[in-house]
Design a binder for this molecule. Structure first.
Ligand SMILES: [Zn+2]
Length: 432
């Protein structure tokens, strides 16, 4: 198989500061060599590419990925995924996977999807019917009856029952059996709703599942080698989920020092996904939208907006402390919603640098090394190291000095997945 020799790279390896003038050799699907000097001569048939200082870095991971979300309006999430047929959602999802890969996302950990679509997508990727990132597929969103997230948009008189994205249950046995069904249907990551907040109604300091229900979910998933993730915005929910062994804590808006302690002890991952909230507030806080809200729902609307404002301000302030404490934070957000279309993944990285004040190198680690670890593949993916799989990006720019450069598809000169080019804008002139 042809080797690829990348010469003169600005290496951003997913862990360390940038190193200029590096040569990286890819042999088959893996990284075979990383050289600062004493570069071996290329062999006959090697594809030699002079990067002329462009950045070579690991592919991005998006760890809260809804494959089937498409122009989803805020507040509709739990009831949604009943607007189109499963067949239509599958087509949209296949398109979204392709978009992600073309944007440099080479790994996704899915949040929730209906109809076993994620399992079908994985099959399609494995068979080569479609193209997209490596993925862990999601489950339905499992909720207790009278979950606030269901109450916001899944009004009981509609009689929706267990349709679309949501499945509800009550009691440990019922939750255990739902988890087993989701795994039977192909889920790698089981999603539960553990609290309101983060645009699922206001955040009250509550946990939506009883302790035995939470334990049943975690035990049933872990005993079959699957992960659990939870929508957990309230402090009580973050703490309960972390203590019980939930692997990915989504949003974590109200986490505090005690939460940090338990998260570190349990080695859980936090997915803040704050960009979505900022986008919602930008739009929903506008006068025009306010005027359109009918008087009947105005109190709940106002309360939710207020909660989002306070929670996002709180987490924006607290997030640097979470990073400093050594918690594994990852990127990933509700792309596919009205305000955050698929394709804008890299805007999230810039948001954490410019709005939250994180160092670019930290955010790059969230999106590469940490993402691979959250996926359970830290040994094989997420950094540019000899022996790892060659999931790589060639970027015209340096994300450690200009994080925004990742957003421009024209500056993404190469996307390599397992040693094969998915995007190849490297002109022949850069080849020796
Ligand atoms: Zn989500």
């Amino acid at each position: 198989m042809t080797r690829i020799v990348f010469r003169n790279a600005n290496l951003v390896d997913g862990e360390n500061p940038a190193r200029p003038g590096v040569t990286v050799i890819v042999d088959g699907e893996r990284i075979d060599g990383v050289y600062d000097r004493a570069v071996p001569e290329p062999g006959p048939g090697d594809r030699v590419i002079d990067l002329a200082g462009r950045t070579l870095m690991p592919g991005l991971f998006s760890c809260h990925f809804h494959t089937t979300f498409h122009e989803l309006a805020p507040g509709e999430a739990p009831a949604l995924q009943i607007l189109h047929s499963p067949a239509t959602y599958t087509l949209l999802a296949a398109r979204n996977l392709r978009t992600a890969l073309e944007c440099g996302v080479t790994g996704i950990v899915c949040s929730s999807a209906p109809y076993g679509i994620d399992a079908a997508l994985k099959q399609g990727l494995g068979e080569g019917w479609i193209t997209g990132p490596r993925m862990l597929g999601g489950s339905h969103e499992l909720m207790a009856t009278n979950d606030i997230a269901a109450g916001v948009s899944r009004n009981y008189w509609l009689g929706l029952g267990n349709q679309g994205l949501v499945r509800t249950a009550d009691g440990a046995d019922a939750f255990r059996s739902l988890v087993r069904e989701e795994i039977r249907d192909g889920a790698d990551v089981v999603k539960i709703s553990a609290s309101g907040g983060h645009n699922a109604g206001p955040t009250e300091d509550l946990v939506n599942l009883m302790p035995d229900e939470l334990e049943a979910v975690v035990d049933a998933a872990h005993s079959r080698g699957r992960l659990v993730r939870a929508h957990a915005a309230s402090r009580a929910a973050v703490l309960a989920c972390a203590k019980t062994g939930v692997d990915l804590i989504d949003h974590a808006d109200r986490m505090d020092e005690e939460c940090i302690e338990v998260i570190l002890e349990k080695d859980a991952t936090v997915v803040p996904s704050l960009l979505y909230i900022l986008r919602v507030l930008d739009f929903m806080g506008g006068d025009q939208i306010q005027a359109m809200v009918s008087p009947g729902v105005r109190p709940m609307f106002e309360k939710t907006l207020q909660s989002m404002r306070e929670d996002s301000a709180y987490l924006t302030d607290f997030l640097p402390r979470v990073e400093e404490a050594g918690v594994r934070i990852v990127c990933g957000d509700d792309f596919g919603t009205t305000f955050l279309p698929h394709g804008e993944y890299a805007q999230e990285l810039e948001f954490y640098v410019k709005h939250v004040g994180m160092a670019p190198i930290d955010v790059v680690r969230w999106a590469t090394r940490n993402g691979a670890q959250a996926m359970g593949r830290g040994d094989d993916l997420g950094t540019v190291e000899v022996g790892k799989l060659a999931d790589l990006l060639v970027v015209d720019g340096d994300p450690l000095t200009d994080i925004g450069c990742l957003q421009d598809r024209e500056r993404l000169h190469g996307v390599i997945l397992g040693g094969e080019f998915a995007v190849d804008r490297l002109s022949r002139s850069s080849e020796a």
